[in-house]
Write a protein that binds this ligand. Structure first.
Ligand SMILES: Cc1cc2nc3c(=O)[nH]c(=O)nc-3n(C[C@H](O)[C@H](O)[C@H](O)COP(=O)(O)OP(=O)(O)OC[C@H]3O[C@@H](n4cnc5c(N)ncnc54)[C@H](O)[C@@H]3O)c2cc1C
Length: 608
């Protein structure tokens, strides 16, 4: 393992206003042997148990197969990575659980069942359960003896998750809550033994109408309780082997001791658990993407047209390189954020905070990065599967070749764990809220940028020497562009900015590209320091091409935002500022992409 320098404390969202030295970011090359062994175990499991059965899993008429595969994963210990050791799990750190999510992310329907169980199903008890609840449920969930599902969504309550109508009423003897309501789209619904159910507590008022809490509460509901019925599995576009149901609670009596955390705390639990799920979904999408690239490179090497393997055509090389560099960049940023979370957990524990509280606090701190990585990872996967189909040509459209399933299965990732629209809005909303609370100084740097637009351009760093000096200036300028646009939008709309969703989407896109482009540059800088420039020449090309593309995207999103609200001199001034802040020295991107593609073509797979 490579020694990492002691870290300065980093806070969530700070990347927009602060530079991070390369020595302080975690890079995947720093995973320990033990972590790589865990990853290898996951991969062997997919190779042995899942990939040979993908058709069988998708065509299964009952959930028995997927449930039995979960049992096998449990026997190998794959279900207990995030469960503390004292409750029968492995209590691994956050980045190790991300690594497990990445590798198992290539498991199609199985990976959805696995992540619903280990994530949204189990983690509410890990983080919010009391000792009795943890002792009663976690050992069985870690071993896979019991499976879990998470019941938040309802027919009329999706993105607006706190608007659910499911009710919980305390019985007169005070021993049970009686649940009534309908949940929808519940992954693992058909075979789960434990349901985390979100409902609002309703209370009778003396003589008057009963009152319902404003916020959800969360309950641990066992399958064996009376009053639970369900529909047949949903017919879905993809992830067909994942068991998704509507579940009905009809006078379902839940013991009061199964209330999770406190009354009214359910929405907070739901949000925090989804937040963890988000970054893991992002990295799982990257695991899936790598497998698609492996197939695509292989096929491109084998498929002959015009007496030439199609891998030799520039148009195909372009696709392969783009797929790879987007995946490489997304992976980099996800593990950077994962390590920030791990570091903060350790800091908080050293300050005396209890384990699960420290984890929740750290995850909340980096909620902006978690939302960023959910959006980025899921959109990279969609890009990769779409180009994967194209590389396969007609065979991409055949249900007997691997791209068909990959294409259909990928699409859900932009919808669940908060749609990508909701996550984009969350990115900006959280940034601005932190700025208003004084936790993140966005206003100071934003004002400095507006002054800078009026002044002559700064060429100072052009004389600096060192690695990526020019590229780092580009990233600094992209941050200025984001601050300029968001600062002006806040000034213009003040509290009404939330009604300008198109602008929020643009600002989120700018933030996302900046975070990822900076991360990949820092990874390569660190790698060059360790291995030398020659050894990582291709990685350097990937970082540079990514940066060029990020500049274009930031420019386009910035332009779209500015033209949405500015006029006259202000419009012209801001567009000039944007032009200044999105300058980059041109390079031969075609040659860079060819080098990246050629290296993969030679090896017949994704090699980074
Ligand atoms: C296969 C599958 C598995 C799932 N598994 C689970 C599970 O295990 N447990 C669970 O609880 N849920 C689960 N879900 C539900 C999932 O989380 C929701 O589908 C998702 O949150 C979106 O909610 P919705 O479908 O009601 O869409 P809607 O909220 O109706 O959204 C429709 C569209 O409107 C947009 N939109 C909504 N609100 C806004 C807004 N304020 N501003 C701008 N745009 C907006 C959305 O982005 C989207 O594009 C699953 C869903 C599927 C399809």
């Amino acid at each position: 393992m490579i020694a990492t320098e002691p870290k300065a404390s980093i806070t969530g969202g700070e990347f927009l206003i602060k530079e991070t030295p390369a020595s302080q970011v975690f890079i995947p090359e720093e995973f320990s042997e033990e972590q790589m062994m865990i990853a290898a175990t996951c991969r062997e499991f997919l190779e042995r148990e899942i990939w040979p059965r993908l058709d069988e899993i998708d065509k299964a008429k009952s959930p028995e197969l997927i449930s039995s595969l979960m049992d096998k994963a449990g026997e190998l210990g794959l279900l207990g990575t995030s469960v503390p050791e004292q409750y029968g799990g492995f209590g691994t750190n956050f980045n190790t659980s991300m690594l497990v999510a990445e590798v198992t992310g290539a498991g199609h329907s199985f990976s959805v069942a696995l992540s619903a169980h280990t994530g949204i199903g189990t983690l509410p008890i890990v983080y919010y359960g009391n000792d009795e609840q943890k002792s009663k449920y976690l050992p069985q969930l870690a071993s896979g003896e019991w499976k879990a599902a998470y019941c938040l969504t309802e027919p009329d309550s999706g993105s607006d998750a706190n608007s659910g109508k499911t009710k919980a009423v305390l019985t007169e003897d005070g021993k049970h809550y009686v649940l009534n309501g309908q949940k929808m789209w519940i992954t693992n619904g058909g075979f789960a033994d434990i349901y985390i159910v979100f409902a609002k507590i309703e209370e009778a008022r003396d003589g008057g109408p009963s009152q319902t809490d404003k916020n959800l509460s969360a309950f641990i509901v066992e399958r064996g309780y009376e009053g639970i019925t369900m529909n047949e599995p949903e017919h879905k576009m993809g992830i067909k082997g994942s068991d998704t149901r509507q579940i009905f609670f009809n006078d379902c009596k839940v013991p009061v001791e199964n209330l999770l955390s406190e009354r009214g705390n359910g929405f907070k639990i739901a949000v925090n658990i989804l937040n963890i799920g988000r970054i893991k979904l992002g990295i799982a999408a990257i695991g899936g993407s790598k497998e698609v690239i492996n197939h695509a490179v292989n096929y491109a090497n084998e498929r002959m047209q015009f007496k030439t393997p199609i891998a030799q055509f520039g148009a195909i090389k372009h696709k392969l390189a783009e797929m790879a560099l987007k995946v490489y960049a997304s992976e980099t940023a996800s593990y950077r954020a994962g390590q920030n979370i791990d570091d903060l957990i350790e800091d908080l524990k050293e300050q005396g905070m209890e384990d699960s509280e420290a984890k929740l606090k750290a995850l909340e701190q980096f909620a902006i990065e978690c939302a960023i990585m959910k959006v980025h990872g899921s959109e990279v996967l969609d890009y990769v599967v779409d180009e994967g189909v194209q590389v396969y040509g007609g065979m991409g459209y055949s249900a007997d070749a691997p791209m068909d399933r990959a294409y259909r299965d990928a699409r859900i990732n932009r919808i669940f764990e908060g749609t990508n629209e909701i996550n984009r809005m969350l990115v900006v909303d959280m940034l601005l809220k932190r700025a208003m609370k004084g936790e993140l100084d966005l206003m100071g740097p934003a004002m400095a940028v507006s002054k800078e637009i009026m002044s002559i351009p700064d060429f100072s760093s052009d004389e600096e020497e060192g690695l990526f000096v020019a590229e780092k200036k580009v990233v600094r300028n992209l941050k200025k562009a984001a601050l300029m646009v968001s600062g002006a939008a806040v000034q213009k709309f003040m509290m009404n900015l939330s009604n300008e969703q198109e602008i929020l989407m643009n600002v989120a896109d700018m933030a996302i590209e900046i975070y990822v482009a900076e991360s990949v540059l820092l990874r390569v800088e660190k790698l060059i320091g360790i291995k030398g420039e020659e050894a990582v020449a291709l990685q350097k090309q990937m970082a540079l091409v990514y940066l060029h593309e990020a500049v274009e995207k930031v420019n386009s999103a910035g332009r779209s935002a500015i033209t949405s609200f500015a006029e006259g001199d202000e419009l012209r001034g801001m567009l000039m500022g944007l032009k200044r802040f999105t300058k980059i020295e041109p390079m031969n991107l075609k040659d860079a992409r060819r080098q990246i593609a050629d290296a993969m073509i030679a090896e017949g797979k994704y090699i980074f």
